[in-house]
Design a protein around this ligand. Structure first.
Ligand SMILES: N[C@@H](CCC(=O)N[C@@H](CS)C(=O)NCC(=O)O)C(=O)O
Length: 203
């Protein structure tokens, strides 16, 4: 979106390089920058890639709070839908650990799933029923769709970092090959579906 050259290196093997034990991370000239928020700040300050320079103070404030709502709330609904929901977990396990050799492929998945389930319980989302988590996710989808309205991007016809953030979260539900209740619910929001298609086509 900022027009910078980059190479995408996906995969959980990158966790070995992660100073905070979490992905994503950005590697730039031998420097490792961890956490999406810190990566965006780094691009703004070090790479002159500020997608938000044209926003008003108020729009920037709103973008920040929407971002944090998705990072700290909707994110956990996604984790729940993938790691707790039994049927989906079997598919996630198949894909997530595909590159791993025997016997690690047998041993690691239940251990990692146990860790994720414990984190989600400590965070709080894991204490709700699936129906309640779905209702919580639904409120975020509905609110995003209301804010987006008939615009191409969240603040009009020009994208900003909030569009990247929303895509990062919402496409995990809408554009995923998974088809659980969470994916089905998200796909009912036509404007969000079109938004994801627009971002995917343009970027
Ligand atoms: N706030 C962080 C969240 C990062 C995060 O939770 N990453 C997950 C994957 S989406 C992760 O790396 N989990 C690995 C683990 O917890 O072991 C960000 O936006 O970068």
């Amino acid at each position: 979106m900022a027009g910078l050259e980059y190479e995408y290196l996906g995969g959980m093997q990158n966790l070995k390089k992660a100073p905070k034990g979490k992905l994503p991370l950005l590697e730039d000239d031998g420097r490792i920058i961890a956490d999406s928020e810190i990566i965006i700040d780094y691009l703004k300050t070090e790479k002159e890639a500020d997608l938000d320079s044209w926003l008003t103070e108020e729009q920037r404030a709103l973008a920040h709070l929407v971002t944090k709502s998705l990072d700290e709330n909707l994110y956990w609904c996604l984790v729940y839908s993938r790691w707790v929901h039994q049927e989906t977990w079997l598919k996630v396990k198949e894909n997530f650990f595909a590159g791993m050799s025997f016997p690690l492929k047998q041993i690691l998945p239940p251990i990692l799933r146990g860790g994720v389930k414990s984190s989600i319980k400590k965070q709080g989302m894991g204490r709700h029923s699936e129906g309640e988590v779905l209702a919580i996710a639904n409120k975020s989808f509905a609110s995003l769709e209301t804010i987006l309205g008939d615009q191409d991007y969240f603040f009009g016809n020009r994208p900003c970092s909030l569009d990247a953030v929303v895509y990062g979260h919402v496409a995990c539900f809408i554009s995923s090959q998974l088809d659980n209740r969470f994916n089905q619910e998200a796909r009912k929001y036509n404007k969000l579906v079109e938004f994801c298609n627009r971002i995917a086509a343009n970027y």
